[in-house]
Write a protein that binds this ligand. Structure first.
Ligand code: ATP
Length: 683
């Protein structure tokens, strides 16, 4: 489909206030290509409308014949022939109209389906930031009611316009054929219809646009409010939410009332114009009959033609207004269609088959579209097949951005990411995402059965493979205890499964996918420590034999990593193994300390990663080298200079792991990551 770009080219903003004004003609051209394959049937519908209009014209002429020959002369014998013809014409007209309308309905629905799929497919390719920056309710409204508006413009508009135009043409031709002078006199008044439609169209388009924006806003408020119901109830925000809805509903109410008023005013004005025309015809007709130049049958037939002629003429003008209003919907959809996908399939794709899993990130820099601060700068690292690399760092450092680039949600601005030496840009997207599996930060659940939720890792997987994946993810036991076992339906907001259980479902899905490269984004975030511990074993089974890049704050898993990358402000600031980095006593050691010492957390997190080394007398841990956690010593935490400790209330004591040792268990005795002797056999 041709891409028509409009004034606002800013790639992803859906500007509600100043929507680009697109002429109906351009909007029509934009969506016309979607009728490809339906145009033959569209022609058939037009043909039906022509035949139906001809049948009606013939029926009116037969009515004139009946009036003049049967009614005026009171002759029954003159009745039968035109009556039978009229009946025949009516039956043919009815059959053709039925066929035409049915076909038109089929066309309409097909078009709506196509358009919806086209827009939906496009939206699915849009980059993550598009969805973060736009209200879901508004997007939903665009994908539903605005799509229907476009149908009005393209298919129903065309069918309706053709039907009205043919009917008007035939009735006008018949009126001229009956009495050209009378017809000419009445047609002088026709421009009045056009003037009336012109007068109203601008206002109707404006008010339709306002209505559509308000409609999107209402859906957004309802959607956001229901999605945040716990916040609403816990903080007693009912009144605030009601106010928000009321504001949007008031905008919609105003637009809706104004739109009804405008349409009604237009309707009534047209009625008055019609009355003027009918009176003109009756007046001229009465004068013609009085002078003997016209029969009553002719006058009645003429009046009937005018009666039939006005609805299509009015319909044409009304259609203009409907199309104008629909253009407001088209604008909103075109805005979405003009947002380009962040990445596209390569023109000449390279696919060398299942890779071993060497991941290389080479001098990568990236800034999110619409921002000016780099999220990643000159990032380089390599992960060999089967290695586990942990990417850690403070919040906002750029860790999740690495995962987005590895899955190619975005391409880097500079540098390259490679899988087995092949740039990710050269791999077909579907292959790339089959080779690199993401376990995202938030647990993603389909509104479907537990089985379908696991099976979506590998569509078409056998029941046995699904169950084995569930077992490997330690999910089988809780699944079989669910009311319908694997057939239990779950949904994203289901309270049926706990966070840890959902995460194990996600792990089962990833195990089934069996990709050589895994990207785990905070696999234990949001889980309490018990739940987090329960996912460690399944995670380990998942990681066995795969290249794994784990993005995490949770450094419990760090001793197992082949390498740890500490990222801060988009750059790698430290690299090494857990013990080396601890011994170095730099950024990683501080992160590790802040995590493992709950009491110290708040104070430590406020320390910048690159603070000057503190004075030895205040910061040096009391730890004694070479001792296990049970012997770790408390040391006093540094108070803020402005806050003096209360004489009776000492500053909290925290526990510090001695640098240069490799911890084998946590300070509370919990085992660290390596707590399972034999690796889990791959599935
Ligand atoms: N969609 C986005 N649009 C614009 N900027 C973004 C977007 N997502 C992230 N950023 C910015 O990019 C930087 C890196 O973000 P990223 O999510 O990668 O950090 P992170 O290290 O994963 O943080 P966290 O640990 O809190 O998840 C941050 O400054 C963030 O504000």
């Amino acid at each position: 489909m041709d891409e028509v770009r409009y004034d606002d080219e800013s790639d992803d903003e859906l500007d509600h206030e100043d929507s680009p004004t697109i002429p109906a003609r351009d909007a029509f051209r934009r969506f016309w290509p979607l009728t490809r394959g339906l145009r033959g049937r569209l022609m058939a519908v037009w043909l039906c409308t022509v035949v139906a209009a001809l049948a009606e014209t013939e029926a009116i002429l037969l009515f004139s014949d009946l009036t003049d020959h049967a009614l005026e002369k009171g002759s029954l014998s003159a009745f039968w022939e035109p009556a039978v013809k009229w009946l025949g014409v009516a039956v043919v007209g009815a059959l053709v109209a039925y066929a035409g309308n049915s076909l038109a309905a089929l066309l309409t629905e097909r078009f709506v389906m196509r358009l919806r799929e086209h827009v939906f497919d496009h939206v699915q390719q849009l980059p993550p930031h598009f969805f973060q920056r736009h209200r879901q309710g508004d997007l939903l409204s665009r994908l539903t009611s605005d799509i229907e508006a476009i149908e009005t413009m393209v298919v129903s508009g065309l069918v309706g316009a053709a039907s009205a135009a043919f009917s008007a043409l035939f009735y006008a031709a018949a009126a001229f054929w009956l009495r050209w002078d009378l017809a000419a006199a009445t047609f002088v008044l026709a421009p009045l219809f056009w003037l009336a439609a012109r007068r109203f169209s601008g206002s109707i388009k404006d008010v339709s646009r306002e209505g559509r924006v308000a409609d999107g806003a209402i859906t957004s408020v309802v959607e956001e409010s229901l999605g945040n119901i716990v916040l609403t109830q816990a903080y007693d925000r009912r009144d605030a939410e009601k106010r928000r809805l009321h504001e949007e509903a008031t905008a919609w109410f105003r637009a809706s009332v104004r739109s009804t008023r405008l349409n009604e005013a237009y309707e009534q004005l047209v009625q008055v114009i019609e009355t003027v025309c009918v009176l003109a015809v009756i007046g001229i007709g009465a004068w013609e009959i009085s002078t003997g130049r016209m029969t009553l049958g002719q006058l009645l037939a003429f009046a009937a033609f005018l009666g039939y002629l006005y609805p299509p003429v009015r319909g044409l003008a009304q259609l203009g207004l409907t199309v104008t209003a629909a253009t407001a919907g088209a604008e909103r959809l075109i805005e979405i269609l003009d947002v380009p996908p962040a990445v596209a399939d390569p023109r000449h794709a390279v696919d060398t088959g299942r890779p071993d899993g060497t991941v290389e990130v080479r001098d990568v820099s990236f800034t999110y579209p619409g921002t000016d601060k780099a999220a990643l700068t000159d990032l380089s690292f390599t992960v060999s097949p089967g290695e586990l690399v942990i990417v850690t760092g403070p919040s906002g450092a750029g860790k999740s951005t690495v995962s987005k680039l590895l899955l190619r949600f975005y391409d880097p601005d500079a540098g390259e990411l490679l899988l087995d030496g092949v740039p990710l840009r050269d791999l077909p997207l579907s292959r790339l995402r089959a080779y690199v599996t993401l376990l995202p930060q938030e647990t993603l659940v389909l509104h479907d059965t537990v089985r379908a939720n696991i099976a979506c890792g590998r569509p078409g997987a056998s029941e046995q493979a699904i169950v084995e994946a569930a077992k490997a993810a330690d999910a089988h036991d809780f699944i079989v205890r669910l009311p319908d076992g694997y057939d239990t339906r779950v949904d994203p907001h289901s309270a049926r499964l706990s966070g840890g259980q959902l995460q194990r479902l996600a792990i089962a899905r990833a195990i089934l996918r069996d990709a050589p490269v895994l990207v785990l984004d905070e696999p234990t975030t949001g889980l309490d420590s018990m739940a987090a511990r329960r996912v460690v074993k399944p995670l380990r089974r998942l990681m066995t034999g795969r290249t794994t890049i784990m993005i995490t704050h949770d450094l419990n898993l760090a001793p197992d990593a082949d390498r740890i990358l500490v990222v801060d402000r988009g750059r790698i600031v430290e690299t090494g193994r857990h013990d080396e980095l601890l011994a170095r006593g730099g950024a990683y050691a501080r992160l590790h300390r802040s995590q493992n010492n709950a009491v110290m957390d708040t104070g430590e997190l406020r320390l910048p990663l690159f603070a000057e080394p503190p004075a030895p007398d205040t910061y040096e841990p009391y730890a004694q080298q070479g001792q296990g956690p049970e012997q770790w010593q408390p040391y006093p935490q540094q108070p803020h200079p402005e806050q003096q400790p209360h004489p009776q209330q000492p500053w909290p004591y925290v526990y510090e792991a001695p640098y240069g040792t490799v911890a084998t268990s946590l300070s509370d005795g919990r085992p660290l990551f390596r707590d399972e002797a034999a690796p889990w056999p791959g599935i």
